[in-house]
Design a protein around this ligand. Structure first.
Ligand code: ADP
Ligand code: MG
Length: 341
């Protein structure tokens, strides 16, 4: 099935046979699905008592990725993962994806298939379906744009705006790995320690859907977002949306051993990678101090993920501040901007 059902893989891409192959390989109906991929529009029945979530992201060649970094399968997986992460950030469950591919005429059918199959398989890992899209020619670079619809039980929606002074600030997983991984990809010939791990952390972010559901169900989380631009920039957004200040303890940032070693070799502070490096797609959330331990143990038990307390929400007038491991205060670092985003 799949690739083998596509004829002329090395020839130019053709929309109809791509769609037919996607239907054969990934046709599946989930709860509420009436019409999936193949008609003029998808049709589904909204789930009672739930809010609809819709998000989209576009990846453009040479802006968001370089073709030498990864093949088309990994690109598709990554496009799905960054969208899934946005649904996670709202506390939701992903349901249906809509994929727009813009491809140069010279791209092969295999290339188109691998991107679409990467998207569809990553969606499937989280019980979401590819429910439609469009495939068009591009006179310039490759573009992969995905829209993703999901739902969240009405009362469990998590936004950026609920943080209150005294709440603690937590993050899942490690910070700075993806930024380290991008440096590895830019210098592939160098023998980095932990090279494979770091590269994987950039190319294959793990959407924290499960962890986010645990957090949303707990009812204790006051604000949440996913870390796409680095803690410094994203915590600023959360603070602005909530009308609060915040203090982060630099010494508490969860940094993996490979990221530390890489930072040392590059002679950049590991803290900078963690604060300013983007694209980790971990969750940043706040909750009252008395709930932290239980949330951490829930996440460990039910989502197999560690959450680290990195700071505290302060009143608005306190602004944003960073305290280094040796107790000094540092100005708030500038967030890192995506390539062109
Ligand atoms: P139309 O011309 O009516 O927009 P298309 O021929 O472009 O329809 O697409 C036919 C079907 O294939 C539609 O259901 C559309 O959603 C789906 N489709 C087209 N391209 C993609 C793609 N890249 N990924 C997923 N579904 C696609
Ligand atoms: Mg079309």
């Amino acid at each position: 099935m799949g690739r083998r059902t596509l004829s002329g893989l090395s020839g130019p891409w053709r929309e109809f046979s791509l769609i037919a192959a996607l239907q054969r390989r990934f046709a599946s109906a989930g709860p509420g699905d009436c019409l999936g991929l193949g008609d003029d529009a998808a049709a589904y029945r909204p789930r009672r008592g739930r809010l609809e979530l819709v998000t989209c992201d576009a990846l453009v060649e040479n802006i968001h990725w370089k073709s030498r970094w990864c093949g088309p399968r990994a690109l598709g997986i990554r496009a799905a993962a960054v969208n899934l992460s946005d649904i996670a950030a709202m506390g939701g469950e992903p349901e249906r994806g809509f994929l727009i591919l813009a491809l140069p005429r010279a791209s092969t059918q295999a290339f188109a298939w691998e991107i679409a199959a990467g998207v569809a398989s990553e969606l499937r890992r989280f019980r979401a379906r590819l429910a439609g899209g469009d495939t068009v020619a591009s006179a310039g670079p490759v573009m992969v744009a995905l829209a993703l619809q999901g739902t969240v039980p009405g009362r469990q929606l998590l936004t950026r705006s609920g943080a209150r002074p005294g709440d603690r600030i937590l993050v899942t997983g490690f910070l700075g790995d993806a930024a380290a991984g991008r440096r590895v990809l830019d210098a592939p010939a160098r023998a980095w320690p932990g090279k494979k791990y770091l590269r994987g952390r950039f190319l294959r972010p793990q959407p924290r859907i499960r962890a986010a559901r645990v957090l949303a169900q707990s009812g204790w989380v006051s604000a949440m977002l996913d870390l796409s631009d680095g803690l410094a920039g994203d915590l600023r957004r959360l603070a602005q949306a909530s009308g609060v200040g915040a203090r982060v303890e630099g010494g508490r940032l969860p940094i993996s051993a490979p990221a530390r070693v890489l930072a040392q070799r590059l002679r950049v502070p590991a803290e900078d990678l963690a604060l300013r490096g983007g694209e980790d797609y971990e969750l940043l959330f706040t909750a009252p101090a008395r709930r932290i331990r239980e949330l951490q143990s829930l996440l460990a038990r039910r989502a197999r993920i560690r959450a680290t307390e990195v700071g505290e929400i302060l009143p608005l007038a306190a602004g944003l501040c960073l305290r280094t491991a040796d107790g000094r205060r540092r100005p708030w670092p500038q967030g890192w901007e995506h390539h062109g985003a």
